[in-house]
Design a protein around this ligand. Sequence first.
Ligand code: ZN
Length: 502
Amino acid sequence: MGAKTDHLRQLLGEIFDLNAASALLSWDQQTYMPPAGAEGRSMQLATLSKLSHDMFVSDEFGEALQAAQAEVAGQPPEVDDAALVRRAARDFDKQRRVPSEYVAEFTRLTTLAHPIWEKARADANFAHFRPSLEQIVSMRRDYAAFFAPYDHVYDPLLDDFEPAMPTKQVKAVFDALRPQQVELVRATAERGRKVSDAVLHRAFDVERQWTFGVEVIRKLGYDFNAGRQDKSVHPFTTSFGVRDVRITTRLDPKFLNPALFGTIHETGHGLYEQGIAVHLDRTPLATGTSMAIHESQSRMWENFVGRSRPFWVAFYPRLKKLFPESLGDVKLDDFYRAINTVEPSLIRVEADEATYNLHIMLRFELEMELMSGTLAVKDLPEAWNTRVRDYLGIAVPDDAQGVLQDVHWSFGGFGYFPTYALGNLVAAQLWEVIEKDIPDLTSQIERAEFGGLLGWLRDKVHRHGAKFYPDELLRQVTGQSLTPEPYLRYLRAKFGEVYELH
Ligand code: ZN
């Protein structure tokens, strides 16, 4: 370890502390803060983020960074110092290119746009949101221009969420995936047996749901000594360092899925953050390397594990015991099929495993068209509805259940959506390797033993934190770049069996 890099690490540590304090305030805002605290909280958060940003883009930081860069020159990212300097340099370069007037103006615009979007959605009235969205799209194009030259105008936006992942790579993967996934969904509807999730919509006491969730995630390996679970309207995971990683869930007395699968999903995120090597703590490497890799972890635990038959061989007897009135008459096989029901629907966050990516791909395509200017904001609802019909085979009754449903565009989060689908693909790529490396994985899961799986993920993925860029990590672990084939194999095998498609 060199002295210059140590100096950089010290500055990064202070910035990390400020960001962790912000994250703690945000966590509190979404869990325990009384409503009247909102105004004061927004000022506290603004002050902290200004302090952190000013420290980061300062000349002092720039000089420390340059000195450290010289010190680690030529070292590969396997070396912690080199990875740290590389990541810090990347973030520094990105932030320095964006003028502070732009940041202030964009923050102002999106802060105002949020309640406008909320009202537009409540009234199912796109016209009300349209002027704001036009400004947001225009400012996102300005943002991309700060990073010119680029191959695609969408590249700089995607890069904020998925470091070093070019648009054309994602587009090629989605183009290969989409027709096959559309065909699979069509097959379940036209040729499959009848599957229904009605039994999941019975009465489920929320305290017992909470109890069951905690029992499950303890078994999965979530460490309550370095984390906790609370309730929030929108479930999320946050971290203030690798020794304090928190998750939230929400409970619905008439639907088992939100708490059950939501809790497992957030635990997947939490296990990733808790598994990062302790010596990376208080640095920008003490986090998941990208949104897609993060989502690969949450979705693997939620779907590949939590929606699998072996998992319910282990846990269904206990669930049945907790809810004898609602599940007493439901056999394991029927429960398994219920949690794997495929049903094209309008709302992304309620979509099942087989249709989910279709919701994402249509958003990705529309975002690219908006950014490159081939689609005007005024024509967006029609373009949306057409794609929903083509991909999911259903009609959109109004914009609240269509183009206005997601919050992302109101805060300017273009480039965010594709990472959800990429997470599914990455999970499948990793899963195929895991199945080879742990031949008795199925029987381990049937015995509620997750140490083998978690140990594998810790070793191959978690401990590295953000040392490697997503594609580097993927190639290192699977020997391959991003590819849709493993996910398609997984979907076909699973839903072919559930729906008896031959
Ligand atoms: Zn997630």
